[in-house]
Design a protein around this ligand. Structure first.
Ligand code: GLN
Length: 380
């Protein structure tokens, strides 16, 4: 058996941030070069779900957990058909993965999917740098791609920024498909795929919902063609300020007062549909242990996050919008960022975080039940 120790034997690699700071390590996964927005995730487990979450498209994910890859790669946990992160940064990759479901090593999986990574760097120092300076563009270069750092820095500075990036259509399904209800079918939901994670329709299906997943480009007519009891807007990559098409579709749904639920990008789209702005967070929320308070019940839940933008809505008052009164239903207790919105005069709500819990704690699963209750209420 060949044991690869901390990338020993692997090609040299360098990570270069757009502000000129660099870190030298060893290649991990594919050898070559890659660019993206450097962001960090504090999740200690669930790396497969992170890598395959389409919301990470064009992001280079830095893992703060020092050991990554311990449980290898299985065929059950991916959230989509491929890895979406544009690069991967780990301190100390597993030397020998161990898990009954493991089929291959994470290093092999990254290499096979052509994802360039780097290992053996001080991820604590890198994370502190990103916390102080904010998320920024980054490049990872390994093997023959390693050159003079001035040349590499110039390449990093030519890479596209995340602000202003319109990416949902790049990751969403091109064809509509149906996820059947588990057991007796009670409801039909049209789910707009802006980068949907596989677990999300599953969480609906297990509550008796037949989910019609529609492409990001779906029109209002496409949505109502499935005769939905409710409409769902998914998570997804990119800057919500560019999502004009989903906003116009959502506004049509709100005009018809169809029960509506949104997750993450979907929350930002609800914010925009109500007339609120969105803004870029300094370094975002990514991980699976973020404390959020549900202000409608007072309960605090531990939640999974992956967002770099947020909705700018007032925390201390009910807002009058075109669709009636709206309020901030959930807030992050670390930094008071808006984590959920709800309308008070019609059945619509959304959260900025991930109740589908893949990976992450299941505290927020009640939100899918809330969606079911809204649909039941509309029928009564
Ligand atoms: N997971 C998501 O839906 C992320 C939404 C958006 N791209 C953000 O970064 O805030």
């Amino acid at each position: 058996m060949t044991i690869s120790t901390r990338g020993a034997g692997k090609a040299p690699a360098v990570l270069v941030l757009e502000d000129g700071r660099s870190f030298r390590g060893r290649a991990y996964g594919a050898v070559g070069e890659t660019f993206g927005e450097a962001v960090f995730s504090t999740g200690m487990t669930g790396y497969q779900e992170t890598l395959t979450d389409p919301s990470y498209h064009r992001q280079v994910v830095v893992m703060t957990a020092p050991h990554v890859g311990n449980t290898g790669v299985n065929d059950e946990d991916p959230e989509s058909a491929r890895i979406w992160v544009s690069g991967y940064v780990v301190r100390d990759p597993a030397r020998v993965p161990s898990n009954w479901r493991s089929r291959r090593t994470l290093d092999q999986e990254l290499a096979q999917q052509g994802v360039v990574g780097i290992s053996g760097i001080d991820t604590r120092a890198l994370t502190r740098h990103l916390r102080e300076r904010g998320a920024m563009r980054v490049g990872i270069f390994s093997g023959n791609a390693v050159q003079d750092e001035g040349v590499l820095l110039a390449k990093v500075r030519q890479a596209p920024e995340m602000s202003g990036a319109d990416l949902a259509a790049e990751v969403a399904t091109e064809e509509a498909y149906v996820v059947p209800a588990v057991g007796t079918k009670k409801f039909t939901v049209a789910a707009i795929d802006l980068g949907i994670k596989g677990m999300t329709p599953h969480r609906m299906a297990e509550r008796g919902i037949e989910v019609h997943v529609l492409p990001a480009t779906a029109t209002l007519e496409d949505v109502y063609a499935v005769e939905p009891d409710g409409v769902f807007f998914s998570n997804g990559p990119g800057d919500p300020s560019t999502a004009d098409h989903p906003v116009s579709v959502m506004r049509g749904v709100l005009e018809r007062k169809t029960p509506l639920f949104g997750i993450c990008f979907g929350n930002q789209i609800l914010g925009r549909s109500l007339g609120f702005g969105t803004y870029k967070l300094k370094y975002g929320h990514r991980g699976i242990n973020q404390p959020v308070q549900d202000r409608t019940t007072g309960k605090v839940e531990v939640t999974a996050h992956n967002h770099g933008f947020a909705v700018d809505a007032p925390l201390d008052k009910v807002s009058d919008t075109e669709f009636g009164r709206a309020e901030v239903s959930h807030v992050c207790l670390n930094d008071q960022v808006v984590e959920g919105l709800q309308l008070l005069d019609q059945p619509a709500f959304s959260v900025q975080y991930h109740p589908e819990a893949a990976a992450g704690p299941h505290d927020a699963a009640y939100l899918f039940d809330r969606f079911v209750t809204l649909m039941e209420g509309q029928r009564a």
